[in-house]
Write a protein that binds this ligand. Structure first.
Ligand code: MV4
Length: 491
């Protein structure tokens, strides 16, 4: 593979291109109208315009992307995350055109994209599963019988769902018929597939995922876990590796289970196996993500392995050049996602121009971003601007570095979730490691962020007053009549 096309944009397109460049592979960018001037376009060796700004007319347009690869003679396509990365039809189309899809085979994408098919595939591999059923249910009477067996609360999930879409918690039997009906019609509307199933609802879980790498020669290894419990409405906010709560024994057991899940679907490439960990530290397989994940950098930092490099090598049919015994965890890594959203205003998307954009720098700080000062954030795509990643010898060091890096990261012109990231890193429930997936719901209110600002304002006012008192003998305050100072606030 001497040339690859990156079917993505923003930070992940840049991140993939950097590794390709390091490996001596030429890169082809694709871009929409809104991204004509985007950094990923300028960074690539070649760039092909693929359509209008909406992603349905550009980054999701399979034919255009394959056409661009054929035209530029790219031998591989890396899909990044989101967009077409977990689309089995696209993976097949790429292969049918004689191009290498940098990712798993369509079969694995298809199986893991359907939660019931995934359960079916891993059956017989002795993988811990949440108590529940393995088939879709339509009959209320059947649902009632099963729910009574499992015990309330239960969770109704859509088979075609994932990432939290189409889930419903049912607290008691009387709510079941109504919730079932809604879940089915929601799944029908959202996915064109009304299949739903029931699981025991794990009330206060942690979300822990295992990174796996599988080559085409039958080697499958795991690269330990990422803790992803800090999320807001299924959008991850802070991730870290390793998890503060896994013992070597549980880590080993989860790693082995993840490898079995990968085996069960004949997995090739980099993949992530999601688990829930309950308050008694029992873990359960949830689903497998068949792509490179947003939060992959924390794994790279603690293992020293470039996951994109491994993806490309695997796609070239190379054998993994290490074994499970060679892998170990060194240090601790933390990632804060920076979204163009206002944490003081219900995380409303914040659009506008990056008037000021100053990056934090230094040892132990990695910033994966896709924007530059002066750029306008397009409204068509994901609101994630950047990922701020810190690496320290231990968890406390990574957290302190993160707090420092956030304060050095200057973004003006739009609101971002950086202050929210700081809030999390300073919170006792986070620093103590005692949190679950309900962290944000439990502890966050905009008022608490206001307080953070209030303190800063108070300090600024005190410094101002001190300077004034020190220098007031030489300060000249213009008298009103002759001043241009507006008497009324104009803004
Ligand atoms: C669950 C669960 C509790 N019990 N399944 C959400 C995303 C999707 N991957 C599965 N999810 C969940 N499945 C059972 N049986 C709770 C969640 C869940 C969750 C999981 C991980 C991270 C954040 C979450 C937020 C809400 C619910």
């Amino acid at each position: 593979m001497e040339k690859i096309l990156i079917a993505n944009r923003g930070e992940i397109a840049l991140r993939i291109m950097r590794t390709a460049q390091k490996m001596g592979i030429k890169t082809v960018a694709v871009y929409s109208d809104a991204d004509r001037e985007a950094p990923h376009v300028r960074f690539a060796d070649e760039a092909v315009h693929i359509g209008n700004s909406p992603s349905t007319e550009s980054y999701l347009n399979m034919d255009k992307i394959v056409e661009a690869a054929l035209k530029t003679k790219a031998q591989g396509i890396h899909p990044g995350y989101g967009f077409l990365s977990e689309n089995a039809v696209f993976a097949q189309l790429v292969a049918d055109n004689g191009i290498t899809f940098v990712g798993p085979k369509p079969h694995a994408i298809r199986v893991m994209g359907d939660k019931l098919a995934a359960k079916e595939a891993v059956k017989g591999y002795n993988i811990p599963m949440v108590p529940g059923i393995e088939e879709s249910i339509t009959e209320i009477s059947v649902a009632q019988k099963i729910s009574k067996q499992i015990g309330f609360p239960i969770l109704i999930k859509a088979s075609a769902g994932g990432g939290g879409k189409g889930m419903r918690v049912v607290q008691q039997l009387s709510e079941l018929p109504d919730q079932m009906e809604r879940a089915i019609s929601e799944a029908e509307a959202a996915f064109g597939n009304g299949a739903v199933f029931i699981e025991k609802y794990i009330e206060s879980p942690r979300h822990i995922e295992i990174q796996v790498l599988a080559d085409t020669h039958g080697n499958i290894f795991h690269l330990f876990e990422r803790e992803c419990s800090i999320q807001r409405r299924h959008q991850k906010v802070v991730e870290e590796a390793p998890s503060a709560v896994l013992t070597p024994k549980i880590r080993d057991a989860m790693g082995k289970a993840a490898i079995k899940v990968a085996k069960a679907c004949d997995y090739v490439g980099a993949g992530t196996v999601e688990f829930l960990l309950d308050s008694d530290k029992n873990f359960y397989f949830l689903e497998m993500n068949t792509r490179l994940q947003v939060e992959h950098p924390v794994t790279e930092l603690i293992t020293g392995i470039d996951l994109v490099e491994q993806q490309i090598k695997i796609a070239r049919n190379e054998k993994l050049a290490f074994s499970q015994q060679d892998l170990s965890i060194k240090g601790h890594a933390l990632e804060v996602r920076v979204y163009a959203e206002d944490p003081l205003d219900n995380f409303l998307p914040s659009m506008g121009n990056l008037e000021t954009y100053k990056r934090p720098k230094g040892k132990g700080i990695r910033l994966d971003d896709g924007f530059e000062e002066g750029m306008t954030i397009p409204m068509y795509y994901d609101p994630m601007l950047a990922k701020l990643i810190t690496y320290g010898q231990d968890r406390d060091e990574a957290i302190q570095l993160m707090i420092q890096a956030i304060s050095e990261y200057k973004i003006k012109g739009i609101s971002t979730t950086l202050p929210f990231g700081k809030f999390v890193c300073e919170h006792k429930a986070f620093t103590s490691g005692e949190f679950d997936t309900h962290f944000v719901k439990k502890y966050y209110t905009p008022e608490l962020l206001h307080q953070q600002y209030a303190q800063e304002r108070e300090i600024a006012a005190m410094v101002g007053l001190k300077l004034f008192l020190e220098h007031k003998d030489i300060l000249k305050v213009p008298d009103r009549e002759n001043s241009n100072w507006p008497l009324k606030r104009t803004k």
